[in-house]
Design a protein around this ligand. Sequence first.
Ligand code: MLT
Length: 397
Amino acid sequence: MQLNQHFRDLEQSYLFSTVGRKAAAYAAAHPEQKVIRMGIGDVTLPLAAPVITALHAAVDEMAHKETFHGYGPDQGYEFLQQAIAGYYAQRGVSLALEEIFISDGAKSDIGNILDLFGPDNTVLVPDPVYPVYRDTNLMAGRRVVLAPATEENGFLPMPTPGLHADIVYLCSPNNPTGAAYTRAQLKEWVDWANREDAILLYDAAYECFIRDPNLARSIFEVEGARSCAIEFCSFSKIAGFTGTRCGYTVLPGGLARDGMELAPMWLRRQTTKYNGTPYIVQRAAAAVFTEEGMAAIQQNLDYYRQNAAVLGAALTEAGVTYYGGENSPYLWLKCPGGMGSWEFFDWLLENAQVVGTPGEGFGECGRGWFRLTAFGDAAETREAAARIAAALKTLNA
Ligand code: MLT
């Protein structure tokens, strides 16, 4: 018997499991304290009314022989593919329906897409970044090279002279730093990837937070991206589907490497290992893109944006340097007093009973940084902001 020895290369537990465990241990030891959780970026608003209506109607369909649905089409229902294609068309990106693959979420697709790539590819992963990119490649034993995302480069690594990698992950707006690429910056990555025969794995899970018109919401807004990029998107952040589970991957027709086309490979992979997102969930997801759905969702996004503004104001008041929170639901702050990320995690828990995410958990370059999420309940976020500001004042006193 042999097990996958590459698991030895991983941290013992997934970042958000560690944060959750530490927060639970603190709460158990201090039952009199109200702990406010701003660690994992989980949404707090319920599904929007038009989404719930669609979900109910789909559940009712399942109750009748004439309207019941069993296994769905391989790539997802056409009604949802069409709704997604319409969403992309609004920003000038034209997609064929066969280029849209519905799934149970971007996280699964980001991990699963690696089935398409050989084990000897070199993978470039920004540091810090969503830990799934690094961990899934380490599990498969691939060589991971890190691209530092620092205050100096605006947390947006760019191709450097002589850079070679086969697979590059880009996350924009970025988790955890909140930095987002402009179209011009993405064009540099696209040109580099086309020259190098590399593939860009573009995580657009937070695109709905972008308001600055210079920032790209999809890599396919950039000329040349169809011959080098795959985009992953999610209903979790745009529409609160973290517990409902739905996402999609856009894989352009004709994208090929090493004599093989990637879209048919992905279809083969998905049909072999995945039986599709539930019909009722796909109906709910399609409602997101209706006029009423979009209006309701914008209200929810504004609610989270307001949370980000409240947190940002508290940090500014306390003289703490932070980034993000503008075109992103995350605020990335420099730990005050030269504290390390985990040190500040403990300090904040102890002194404000607020849980955040230590920057170091996203990579070495996150050392001394800390992430707060704006996805919380508004009243709790205001309370957390007041507690954080008050606690930080004691540091400065
Ligand atoms: C996060 O907190 O980074 C995200 O919620 C994790 C995820 O989307 O899987």
